[in-house]
Design a binder for this molecule. Sequence first.
Ligand code: SF4
Length: 326
Amino acid sequence: MSKVLEVKGLTTQFESKNGPLTVVDQVDFIVEKGEVLGIVGESGCGKSVTSLSILQLLDKHGTISSGEVFYQNINLVEKNEKEMKKIRGKEISMIFQDPMTSLNPVLTIGKQIGEVIEQHEKLKGQEVKQKVVKLLQLVGIPRADEIYHEYPHRLSGGMKQRVMIAIAIACNPTLLIADEPTTALDVTIQAQILDLLRSLKDEMDMSMLLITHDLGVVAEMCDRVVVMYAGQVVETTDTRTLLRHPKHPYTIGLIQSTPHQSKGEKRLKSILGQVPTPDQFSHGCRFVERCPKAMEICQSTAPPLYDVDSHTSCRCWLYENKGDVI
Ligand code: SF4
């Protein structure tokens, strides 16, 4: 397989009144062609900031302080805004969590999808309209000709997310980044949107980076998974291994607190405590306050990422003698 995206040592900081805070810390991962890579973790673990950093969509307080983001061997970190505008939507597209706020309420659906096509392709007038109607049909919107003229408030949440997906795939991107694409939707609609994303990925030969807190979504969609905690990668492996043989105590906690993944258990176990904010990160392991297996060394010294086997890495002192430091 060839690499579509390679993130190397990505570190993103945000300004605060007490100085810069590191929200994403030395993150590494690869998205291979045709695969769905999941990034999983609770809110506040740095998943969304990682995806916004890839596309340079951070707000004015955030900066990439070090690292590289290679998209097909081009380092996106070195690109300016004009160059990024040519890549966003055309090469790499993004679907956001909340379709209710992502669409412009004063523009028709047709206009909003058409704008992306006009920006990246040499199509005009009726050609654009025909392509928009085809896209609406492709994402399963009924009466596409009529919906073309509608405003977003006339559509349900699920239909709005289908429109967002139509915008994202309008120019046949190579990589689709989906940030919690079903979190804001009703449970019944969530499954439909996941089905749609899966079939579009196959039909259009896309790769996907899927950001989620939901291990059920990971089980349904992902080939491989990166688990993030407090801004760092703590485990990387294939989905089957992650769900059946999780290594990191945080991953084990996530699985035990997921209804779907802990069948047989009479009670769900929650992970005690909360994800620390960047100004509370421990000098030792960042999970130490919540970890049922914490040892003395965990308080004082941060664990490196160990290569546990050929496809699994884990940031935990429990694996000190079971793998090489990456
Ligand atoms: Fe738990 Fe220690 Fe491993 Fe951190 S390094 S996850 S505290 S056992």
